[in-house]
Design a protein around this ligand. Structure first.
Ligand SMILES: Cc1cc2nc3c(=O)[nH]c(=O)nc-3n(C[C@H](O)[C@H](O)[C@H](O)COP(=O)(O)O)c2cc1C
Length: 219
């Protein structure tokens, strides 16, 4: 595919056909994805390739915990899990909300799930002393995760960056034997998409790009 087409048409695939995603294709995808940038070119990414049905099911189920709060807040008109506005739903409302199947089942049902991890010993987290949630560390791993989806799209496959399971990171570490300095960045179901979307919904440039300073004229 042409670069701009891949960029504009790499959608979040959550339903897959029964087609296999062979190791050779996976290697080819990772072979290209590894050219992603990372701070100091330290390449702290590590990938666990999960094909075992019970492990995929466990990763899907682990996503259910955060999915309950996500769904409860979304239903209440909130931006779920944001660190600025305290949640306006209480523990009982979260508990009463079932985890949406579209957030858990893709992980259990995909032919393969990649658990994209990062070795935090290799990440320069420049914002670690600021009084807000860390954001910079992600920049050393998510370009790699996104490259996986771009390369998969180019090869006729697809998937989704999912992060709900990371709310239960200690349980993933114990499930997969990850050492404590290795963080989980994404649990990524991958496979042949059941439907191919070509038109994604995104805001126009003029809505988010401004000249010279916050609130300046739109680009
Ligand atoms: C950092 C990040 C976390 C995400 N977490 C989840 C997730 O946990 N579960 C899920 O189904 N999708 C997840 N997504 C996918 C988004 O919902 C998706 O990118 C967005 O809805 C746009 O979808 P589209 O590209 O198909 O238009 C995540 C995406 C990103 C970039």
């Amino acid at each position: 595919m042409e670069l701009f087409d891949v960029m504009r048409r790499t959608f979040s695939a959550r339903e897959f056909t029964d087609d296999p995603l062979p190791d050779e294709t996976l290697v080819k995808i990772l072979e290209h994805a590894r050219f992603a940038p990372s701070g100091g070119n330290r390449q702290g990414w590590r990938v666990i390739v999960v094909r075992d049905a019970a492990t995929k099911r466990a990763l899907g189920d682990l996503s259910g915990f955060a999915a309950k709060r996500y769904a409860a807040q979304a239903k209440n008109g909130e931006s779920p899990w944001n660190t600025i506005d305290p949640p306006r739903v209480d523990a009982a409302a979260i508990e009463a909300t079932p985890p949406p199947r579209r957030l858990t089942e893709p992980i259990a049902r995909a032919p393969v799930v990649l658990v994209v991890c990062v070795d935090l010993r290799l990440v320069a987290s420049m914002d670690q002393d600021l009084e807000r949630v860390g954001i910079v560390s992600g920049a050393s791993i998510y370009p790699f995760a996104w490259n996986i989806l771009l390369a998969a799209r180019h090869e006729g496959f697809g998937g989704t960056i999912t992060t709900l399971a990371t709310a239960q990171e200690p349980k993933i570490q114990s499930l997969l034997g990850l050492p404590p300095h290795v963080a989980v960045c994404a649990v990524m179901p991958l496979g042949r998409p059941a439907r191919v979307l070509t038109k994604l919904t995104r805001k126009p440039v003029a809505e988010f790009a401004m000249r010279e300073r916050w609130g300046g004229p739109s680009l």
